[in-house]
Structure formats: structure tokens, C-alpha cells
Ligand binder design. Sequence first.
Ligand code: ZN
Length: 241
Amino acid sequence: MRTLIISDIHANLAAFEAVLSDAGSFDRVWCLGDVVGYGPDPNECITLLRQQPGLRCIMGNHDAALMGFIDLNAFNDQAARAVTIQSELLSQESRNFLELLDIVYEEGEISFAHGSPRDPIWEYVVSSRIAQENFSAFRTQICLVGHSHIPSIFIENPHGRPTILTPQNADRWRSDQRFILNPGSVGQPRDRNPKAAYVIWDDQEDTWLFKRVAYDIESVQQRILALGIPSRHASRLSQGI
Ligand code: ZN
């Protein structure tokens, strides 16, 4: 079975469509949260996501903020402004979808958390120290996370700090060790590569394939500005920051 693993779509429909067409055939989709926030198309992204086969999606901090589950003061001003604008755009159908998302999920040997297993909404797994502290917070072999928008793998090291890998386009990963894997962000990459990021897990080969795909960034930037979403959320897309 081929599983498409995505995270942090952030209301960027053009990036999401590019990922779906680049991914080839897949049997199911796992989404690690932050479907909304920052971008111009929250409803369209939710509608397209809901059409995907075998969908499993968890809640991110932006999804929770749009639903009013967390205080906007927890965000910086520009992120909060994008959340406010999007929540005015959000349809009842979209609200119904976001409202029912789980915070964490577990299937077989794989756990899901948007941020980190011990703090699924807020913590960023971005250092070997934080990763090390999180290996005791899940019991499966693998934990999938999003939130940092940086494709990465943290490999457990029983004798010390985990090893960090930052996979590039077309890199494949396989391991019997425990690891935390971040597929990167579809709609707002932050590893200085502006292309949309995703992972395909092939459970027959047991390989995790990291991929990047270009999309029409300029059209998304124009739509962000037209909606009055702060211009930084448009400009950063071309730099992948
Ligand atoms: Zn995010």
C-alpha cells in the first residue's frame, strides 16, 4: 500500500493540487494538521482533502485557532491576522470538518502528532534534545509530526542524542530503529526550498520517499494580498522561509 503523507497545507490550494498530481497513485492520505492558516483557500483545501481516499487527519495549532479552541494571543500578530481573516471565510461545512479532528492518533506501529508527541499542538521537534525527550512520549516505532515545516528525520539513539537527517528531493529512508519523521510542509515550506513537500510511504518496500514539487507561487501570493492577509505570508513563499 502507498500512503501519501502531508502536513501544513496552510490553505494553499495550488501547492496541494501540485502535490496530489505529482504523487502518482496512492491508496490513502495521512495529514498531520494545519490545513488552514496563512493562505488564501481554506475551504477549497478542506473540500479537496475530504475527497482523498482513506483520509486520516489530525488537528494543528492553526486549525484549533480557527475553531476558537485556542487563544489568538498565542500567535504573533501576522499569524493571528491571517487566522482572523480565514475564520470569516470559513464555511459551516469546513467548520464541521475541523471541529472533529483528533489531536493525536495511532495506527499499528505509527503515531501521529502535529507538534510533538508530548505537546501535540505547540512543541516544535527541531533539535536532537527535544527529539530525545519525546521518544518516551510515544510507544510505537515511528511518530509522524509536522509544525516545523522542515522535512526531517530524528533517529533514536539509545546511548545519547538522536541523529538528525534533513532529506532532500527523491531521498529514500528505511529503518528498523525508532524515529520521528516530518514530511515538511505542502503550503509553506521553511527549509529555504520553496517547493511543496510530501512523503510517500510504501509499506511493501518499507521505504519513506521524500519529494518536492514546484507550483505557481505567484498566483497564490496575489490572492493572499488581495484578501488583506499580511504580505509577509506572501513574500516568504518564494524564499521557502
Ligand atoms: Zn504550520
